[in-house]
Design a binder for this molecule. Structure first.
Ligand code: HEC
Length: 224
């Protein structure tokens, strides 16, 4: 939406009822362009001309119905489908070679019209959620961290911790690394064990340290 133009129109609309209607039309046009890009004439006519023959509700080649595909970039699945559309057209795979090919400038305009809002939406999501889910250390990382902190490269504790979950075969993905009370209790027990191991190696007589509790109290100072 072109803001200066709309505000300008809005200012004048207060004086003139005809301009009021015009300004309303300008503003709502601007709004629908930014909100629903399937209203983008370039995108719609390109899809209509080069795609729907094979990607409408009946034909649905490759399981893709472009007439039903919404422009809802907030939805990860829909976003993924638009990425596929972009890639196939960008790589010249769609429409298929045997079909009438769109002129380069038309394909470029189409790609630009879908890419820009997608990039903006992706950046916005990244700002909001970050690039990855916040996660705990997995058991190998926990072991390495204790080895570093205690200068104990021989320490072996990973097998004492519960097995980590996996997501798409990755054991470092936040989506699969849950934190339960069992996990926390084991973390603490393992840290305790690691400290004792470290101490055994360090102390000459190899005995665990003597435990001592020292209490200090402060008496209230005598009143003068
Ligand atoms: C002549 C028929 C035909 C036309 C026209 C056509 N496609 Fe396709 N499309 C197919 C077929 C067949 C497949 C499945 C085989 C494959 O994936 O290559 C497919 C697959 C796809 C896929 C992958 C779907 C998925 O989920 O894997 C995308 C994306 C796609 N087409 C986009 C488009 C776009 C965008 C256009 C218009 C620019 C277009 N196609 C035009 C026949 C067509």
């Amino acid at each position: 939406m072109n803001l200066p133009q709309s505000s300008f129109a809005l200012l004048y609309s207060l004086r003139n009822p005809v301009v009021c209607v015009v300004s309303f039309v300008i503003m709502s046009l601007g709004l629908s362009r930014t909100l629903a890009a399937d209203e983008f004439p370039v995108v719609r006519s390109f899809v209509q001309q080069y795609c729907v023959e094979c990607h409408d509700t009946e034909t649905k080649k490759g399981g893709l119905d472009l007439t039903a595909l919404k422009w809802g970039l907030q939805d990860a699945k829909t976003f993924g489908q638009w990425v596929k559309v972009y890639d196939r057209v960008h790589d010249g795979e769609m429409p298929p070679k045997k079909k009438t090919q769109p002129p380069a400038n038309e394909a470029q305009a189409f790609l630009k019209n879908i890419a820009e809002p997608m990039i903006a939406s992706d950046r916005e999501r990244e700002m909001r959620e970050g690039r990855a889910t916040l996660r705990r250390l997995n058991r190998y990382e926990y072991e390495n961290t204790l080895r570093d902190l205690l200068d104990a490269p021989w320490l072996q504790v990973s097998q004492m911790l519960p097995e980590d979950g996996e997501s798409h075969r990755f054991n470092k993905s936040g989506d699969a690394l849950d934190v339960s009370h069992v996990q926390m209790a084991r973390y603490l027990a393992v840290a305790d064990y690691a400290l004792r191991q470290r101490w055994r190696r360090t102390s000459r007589d190899r005995r665990p340290p003597r435990c001592a509790t020292t209490r200090a109290t402060r008496r209230p100072s005598p009143a003068r």
